[in-house]
Each structure stands twice: as structure tokens, then as C-alpha cells.
Design a protein around this ligand. Structure first.
Ligand code: GLU
Length: 283
């Protein structure tokens, strides 16, 4: 059988300019593709219409081209594929593992920090059966008023349907999937009929991504993604998580810090080779 060609992707949100941390992530994805004689794809994760702006897409493409990073095809824009996500959502609905949650973030936090919810084993309390926190009458009232709701995954039921799951991190080896750490995760947000988690597993499957590369901050998210792949019958890519770059103050680089955007560095006369040096990346 011919060896499967490696396909990686760089998936920024066009909600600001790229900074040094993004450059590291993009080069990391590109290197993984190149080492395997494969291809790099570009995806704009722009489901959050409030935060994203198409003007950043152009600038992201410019920055990547300046760094001499090449991607295959035109970028996939998530906002243009909402029907793919709703099809996946339908599938989960037919499995009876999705339910509406009307709670606001504040209501949920209050409910979860109530004394009887103080956890004994972990510091994180994850929501389960959130409908228990709303009285039947209040729920009815919100339904009648057509108040917006999120859709949550019924974690306990979903786990029973699948059995033990694993995924493979290229650097760290085989991982036992622990999606339960998310509790009843939000699969479709109140404001958008999908979520990061749902969109990303659907896109990785549609774009035939063989190796998902991304920051270590999303390592735990992979547990939930593995469960969604199983429930949706999607292929399971390999994973490779990279370190998160920190700035001079020891903090995680952020879009709001204008001094480290690739655009400002470029305008201040820096060359791509300087950027590689700053982020300690050898090509
Ligand atoms: N859009 C995410 C970010 O900008 C990346 C998600 C992923 O690679 O799965 O951090």
C-alpha cells in the first residue's frame, strides 16, 4: 500500500495580527509537512463573527508569505462551512447525546461553586446535566420566550457508547483519551451553531489532515476531539503539540501586544531570518 502523504494545517483565528507565537506554530506545522514530504494547509477559524475580521485574513497570508511559508489550495474558511457542522450536530442529535442548556455563564458558575459541588479529587468542576440547575418552570419560561441556548454533549451517555479511546501524540506517545474532564462540553454555542471543538474535528476530517500540530495549550482538548471523532465516525489523525512561546515578562504571547506582531517586526526592518532566530526555530 502506498504510504499516506502527510497533511498538516495551520489554523489561526483572523481576530488580530499574527505574532511570534503564531510564527512558531506555522513553522512547526510546515516543518512537519516538509519532513514527511507532505503538504501544509491553511484554515481560518472564523466562526466567532464578533471577534474575527476578514481584513486580518489578508494580513495573515501576507505574513506567512513573507516568512516564505507556502500552503496548498485556497484557505478553508470555517464561516463558509456551517452546513458541515450542522450535519455533524444532527448526527450527534440522532444519537440522543445532545441537550439544550439555557444557563448563562454566570448562572452556571454560581451553580457549580455552590457548597455541595466542592470537588474532592480535582480543582476543576465540570458541568454535568446542567438542566438540573434550572427549575422546570424557569426552563419552560425560557423555551417559550425563545431565549438562546447552547447545546451540550451528554458526556456520561456518550462515554458509554464508545468504550476506551486512545490517541497518539508523536512526541509523547500513546494517550488514553479522557474527555470526561470536560463534563457536558458545549458543542454548539449560544451565539454560533457550532463550537471550536466540533468545527475542528469536522474540518480536520474534511481536509484529510493526517497530523494535527498545535500548541500545548490545546493538548487536553484532544481528549474531547477524540471522543467526537469516534461518535461521528471520523478518521483519527496523529497529534503533535508544541511548546507555547512566552514573552520577556514570562507571559504567554498575546495578540494585544503589538510589539511582537510580525507586521511591526517587519516594518521595523527585521528579516525572516531574524524572526527564526527570535523564536529559536531552525528551518
Ligand atoms: N484556532 C486555534 C488557535 O488559533 C488553533 C486550533 C487548532 O489548531 O486546533 O489557537
Amino acid at each position: 500500500m502506498p504510504k499516506q502523504k502527510i497533511r498538516t494545517r495551520f489554523a489561526p483565528s483572523p481576530s488580530g495580527l499574527l505574532h511570534l507565537g503564531h510564527a512558531y506554530s506555522a513553522l512547526f506545522a510546515e516543518k512537519e509537512a516538509k519532513d514527511g514530504d507532505g503538504t501544509l494547509l491553511l484554515r481560518f477559524e472564523d466562526i466567532d463573527r464578533e471577534r474575527c475580521d476578514p481584513k486580518y485574513e489578508k494580513q495573515i497570508e501576507e505574513d506567512l508569505s513573507w516568512l516564505n511559508i507556502k500552503w496548498e489550495d485556497s484557505p478553508r474558511r470555517q464561516s463558509e462551512h456551517l452546513t458541515d457542522y450542522s450535519a455533524a450536530l444532527k448526527k450527534l442529535e440522532t444519537l440522543n447525546i445532545i441537550y439544550p442548556c439555557f444557563l448563562s455563564r454566570r448562572e452556571l458558575n454560581d451553580a457549580l461553586s455552590a457548597p455541595h459541588n466542592i470537588p474532592t479529587q480535582t480543582n476543576d468542576i465540570m458541568p454535568l446535566n446542567t438542566d438540573q440547575y434550572l427549575s422546570e418552570t424557569e426552563r419552560e419560561r425560557r423555551i417559550k420566550k425563545e431565549e438562546p441556548f447552547a447545546l451540550r454533549l451528554r458526556m456520561t451517555t456518550a462515554l458509554k457508547m464508545v468504550g476506551p479511546l486512545y490517541w497518539h501524540d508523536i512526541d509523547k506517545g500513546p494517550q488514553i483519551a479522557r474527555p470526561e474532564i470536560f463534563g457536558d462540553a458545549v458543542i454548539a454555542r449560544k451565539d454560533i451553531p457550532t463550537s471550536y471543538h466540533l468545527s475542528v474535528v469536522v474540518d480536520d476530517a474534511i481536509q484529510k489532515v493526517t497530523t494535527v500540530t498545535r500548541g500545548n495549550d490545546l493538548f487536553e482538548a484532544t481528549h474531547l476531539h477524540r471522543l467526537l471523532q469516534e461518535l461521528l465516525g471520523l478518521h483519527v489523525p496523529l497529534y503533535k503539540h508544541h511548546k507555547i512561546l512566552i514573552d520577556n515578562n514570562g507571559e504567554r504571547m498575546a495578540k494585544r501586544d503589538k510589539s511582537i506582531t510580525l507586521q511591526s517586526l517587519r516594518l521595523s526592518g527585521k528579516k525572516p531570518a531574524d524572526i527564526y532566530k527570535m523564536i529559536g526555530f531552525t528551518r
